[in-house]
Design a protein. Structure first.
Length: 346
């Protein structure tokens, strides 16, 4: 199967945005927020599965941002991005800034048993070998992943966008922020601060690491009776952990449950599980494409395009990316307004 992507235009002779085929809607939205178009690019598959990339315009001396999210088929999309980076390196780009809204293999960041890989480190090593000079991602599975790359890593957060949306959906006097496991309590604390220092709860669970996507059991630690609960996590894959948490919260008397996660992977059977869980709303961002087949009535999708565009602009102009981590910074407020402006009733 072959596919051609044709875009054209630049903000200046120096800033260039190129995009792979994994999430064209997000690429278009980021380009619109930058006031440009993606570079004219041809990408297609050979009959034997090999990938081909060709840029139709010069990138010599340019600061190039390579946007590709690692969605299914993940391995193909990672390889496509590596080939795009290699082509830019050989075309004498000044800098090659990799934008991975969702970074593949980020959950494989340590060893549980002997003779296991640390696949997340391998991904960063591949980026280095291909020629990347900078990495940009949103809500990495663990912050220490930044140390796997010997160069700048911009770890952006979806939290300001998600919390601003949810603040208007709950009674801040009756809300409890819930961590789906003990390991994410620090993140839940940050969420609670944005909800007027709301109380916390967490789900105590154990996971069988010999089987993927299997949680053995969980119980609620904290008072949730009569409360509006907000579960926060970095991603939803098959939904098993989240649905188990929702069930436990309702069994402990929760009034309502909203689930918020940056990355909506939503692998089967996540849709059916979430639809039938009794959850009030599931809020995710568009770091990953979410097909119509994965969507359901309670699902809300927020845009990260303004965040990525502002981060790219800051890097290009030698500005501060760190300012995007401060919810009260004017740039963050502008990102939030832009991300939510098209929602009904906003």
């Amino acid at each position: 199967m072959s596919h051609n992507s044709h875009f054209s235009g630049k903000l200046t002779p120096e800033l260039v945005l190129v995009a792979g085929r994994s999430h064209p809607e997000l690429a278009t939205a980021v380009a619109e927020n930058l006031g440009i178009n993606c570079l004219n690019t041809t990408i297609y598959d050979f009959a034997n599965g090999e990938l081909y990339v060709h840029y139709k315009e010069s990138v010599r001396g340019c600061d190039v941002f390579v946007l590709q999210t690692h969605t299914d088929p993940m391995n193909k999309n990672i390889m496509e991005q590596l080939i795009m980076i290699d082509a830019l390196k050989r075309a004498s780009a000044k800098s090659i800034n990799v934008i991975c809204p969702f970074l593949g293999y980020s959950r494989q960041d340590k060893k549980h048993y002997g003779r296991e890989p640390i696949s997340a480190r391998l991904i960063f090593d591949l980026f280095t070998a291909a020629g990347a000079t900078r990495i940009m991602s949103i809500d990495l599975h663990s912050a220490q992943l930044q140390g796997f790359f010997n160069g700048p890593v911009d770890h952006l957060y979806g939290m300001p966008i998600l919390t601003e949306y949810i603040r208007r959906r709950v009674d801040l006097e009756n809300v409890v922020v819930v961590s789906p496991d003990a390991g994410r309590i620090r993140v839940a604390e940050q969420w609670a601060e944005r909800f007027n220092n709301a109380p916390l709860a967490f789900i105590h669970k154990t996971r069988d690491i010999s089987q993927p996507n299997v949680v053995k059991h969980g119980r609620v630690v904290g008072d949730v009776a009569g409360k509006e609960c907000v579960i926060t996590d970095d991603l939803i894959d098959t939904g098993g952990t989240i649905v188990g948490a929702v069930k436990a919260l309702y069994e402990n008397g929760a009034k309502s449950v909203i689930v918020a996660a940056t990355h909506g992977i939503l692998s089967d059977p996540a849709r059916e599980r979430l639809m039938n869980s009794g959850v009030t709303e599931v809020v995710v961002t568009d770091t990953l494409p979410i097909s119509q087949e994965k969507r359901f009535e309670q699902l809300t999708i927020l845009s990260v395009a303004p965040l990525l565009a502002q981060a790219a602009r800051a890097v290009f102009e030698s500005g501060s990316v760190t300012s995007l981590l401060n919810a009260h910074d004017v740039d963050v407020q502008n990102v939030i307004k832009s991300a939510l402006k098209d929602l009904p009733g906003w």
